[in-house]
Structure formats: structure tokens, C-alpha cells
Write a protein that binds this ligand. Structure first.
Ligand code: ATP
Ligand code: MG
Length: 274
């Protein structure tokens, strides 16, 4: 549903941020994007709904080019982005007002806007904060408001750019669970992160380095690739543990590396066999 063809982008100061990117994101796919600081993840995310446009190449969303200004509103109805620092995006005095902003901008009628606000407040469990100022909320609560704000636009595709990096582990896990639920409901998800532990459930992962896609594949292969450390990334600890066990001749199936509890169960099964 989103296609990037030979996309290159330099920032106005000349910094090359994307170099000849080719990528097709399928409808309903959960795509993870990883890469060290400055590798181009955010720049790529900003290209997916036309917040940035390529200097070379082309980005299309359901066949509509982001370079075509007359299509930008339609493109942004389809693709929504949640960023790392939600407080920089809050525009309303209250959470409710903030949630109204997106659908108002897309020119939906007031009754429809009301309905969408109620639905996304309920979906994210934010009803009790509806009259709070979004700026008075904690980082995790703010991230939930940003997510609810995107949901009011009912996009088919949601882009999450490092949304958990400022959150405590519990808030981060809560956001990640919501992302997974949205994927299960059929949304297309693009999720950028430094934390490889978060991407076990992705359908596909791409690794970026210096503006290029340097590795691509299913999580099972990408997360255990020997080049990750050289690319400034730390493999998930359970996957490393599985590799160390394999060096000692103990085969550990990929599926159990998804959580410490499934890993522990398998180890017990192997060693407590009577
Ligand atoms: N507004 C800007 N002006 C100039 N250069 C920029 C700007 N934003 C990013 N860059 C540069 O573009 C390159 C890609 O940056 P980008 O923010 O896309 O990386 P990233 O992978 O998202 O990094 P991080 O993990 O730190 O979020 C880097 O070299 C960065 O310094
Ligand atoms: Mg970034």
C-alpha cells in the first residue's frame, strides 16, 4: 500500500539522510525499522505520509504520489504518524480539543468528529483525562493521547517513530500491546525503534545504516544476524542466550525466544526430562 522507489533525501544543510531507498509496505503488514542514531529511520517515517518529500525518486500511498499536493489530504487520512515527543505536537487546551484537531483538519462533520473522539478515548482508556490539559500529563499518558489523536483519523496505516524511548518499561509495554492489538485488527504498522526486544512480533524488519537499507527479512533471521553489533545494535538478550546454548549443542526453537517465561519452560522441559 506504500511504495518507495529510488528515494533519496538530503536535508537543506546538505546532510544525506536517505540514499536510494526501495521498499514496498504491504497492507496489514507489521514492519519494524531499526538502525543506530542518525541512520535515517525518522526521515524515512516522515516520507511515508508526505511530511517530507523525496528529492529523488517517488513515494506513493495507494498509488497517490506524496509529491502531488492535491493528494496530501487523502494520503494523511490513510497514513498517520505518532512521534517520540508527543508534547511537541499537542495543540488543544484539553485532551478532547486535542483529539478534535486531526479530524477537523480533515474536514469531517462535527457529529462524526464527536463520535470518533468518544471511540478513541474509550479505545485507549483516556475518558477520565478528557478535560485535562495534555501538557499536564506524564510522558506515557501523553503518548496515549498522541495515539488516541491518530486513531480519531482512523488511518489504515500507523507509523510509530521511537514512541517508547521516553517511557518507563511498564508504559512502553502498554503502548507496544496497543500497537500489536491494532495490527491484529488489520491495521498496517510501521514501527521504528533502537530496542530490538520490541520487534519479535513484527512480520518483517529492515535495518538502516547511513541512509540505506542494509538488511531485511523476517525477525527470526534479522534479530539473530551476526552483523547487528557492527551496525550499532544489540540483539535481544533471549536470542543471544539461545545462540550461546546452540554453541553448546543445545537447540532452542525461535518461538520460545519471545518471552522469558516461554524460554524458561523450554529449558525446564529439556533438563527436567525424567
Ligand atoms: N532537520 C535536520 N537537519 C539536518 N540534518 C538532519 C535533520 N534531521 C536529521 N538530520 C540528519 O539526517 C540523518 C538521518 O537522521 P534521522 O533523524 O532520520 O535518523 P534516525 O535514524 O531517526 O536517528 P535517531 O535514532 O537518533 O532518531 C542524520 O545524519 C541526521 O543528523
Ligand atoms: Mg529518529
Amino acid at each position: 500500500m506504500i511504495r518507495l522507489e529510488n528515494v533519496s533525501y538530503n536535508y537543506p544543510d546538505g546532510t544525506p539522510a536517505l540514499r536510494n531507498i526501495n521498499l514496498a509496505i504491504r497492507k496489514g503488514e507489521y514492519l519494524g525499522i531499526i538502525g543506530r542514531n542518525g541512520s535515517g529511520k525518522s526521515t524515512l517515517a516522515l516520507h511515508l505520509n508526505g511530511l517530507l518529500r523525496p528529492q529523488k525518486g517517488k513515494v506513493t500511498v495507494r498509488g497517490m504520489s506524496t509529491g502531488d499536493f492535491s493528494k496530501l489530504r487523502d494520503i494523511r487520512k490513510i497514513v498517520g504518524i505518532v512521534f517520540q515527543n508527543p508534547e511537541t505536537q499537542f495543540v488543544g487546551r484539553t485532551v478532547e480539543e486535542d483529539l478534535a484537531f486531526g479530524p477537523e483538519n480533515l474536514c469531517f462533520p462535527p457529529a462524526e468528529i464527536r463520535k470518533r473522539i468518544e471511540k478513541s478515548l474509550a479505545e485507549i482508556g483516556l475518558e477520565k483525562y478528557r478535560y485535562h490539559s495534555p501538557k499536564s500529563l506524564s510522558g506515557g499518558q501523553g503518548q496515549c493521547v498522541a495515539l488516541a489523536g491518530i486513531l480519531t483519523m482512523e488511518p489504515e496505516c500507523l507509523i510509530f517513530d521511537e514512541v517508547t524511548s521516553m517511557l518507563d518499561p511498564a508504559s512502553g509495554e502498554a503502548v507496544l500491546k496497543r500497537v500489536k492489538r491494532l495490527h491484529e485488527k488489520g491495521k498496517t504498522i510501521v514501527y521504528t525503534t533502537h530496542n530490538l526486544e520490541e520487534l519479535h512480533a513484527a512480520d518483517r524488519i529492515i535495518v538502516m545504516d547511513r541512509g540505506r537499507i542494509v538488511l531485511e527479512g523476517e525477525p527470526e533471521h534479522v534479530l539473530s544476524d551476526s552483523s547487528l553489533r557492527g551496525l550499532g545494535l544489540t540483539p535481544p538478550s533471549l536470542i543471544e542466550l539461545a545462540e550461546h546454548l546452540q554453541e553448546h549443542g543445545i537447540q532452542v526453537p525461535w518461538e520460545i525466544t519471545s518471552s522469558p517465561s516461554s524460554f524458561a519452560e523450554e529449558i525446564c522441559r529439556l533438563f527436567l526430562k525424567t
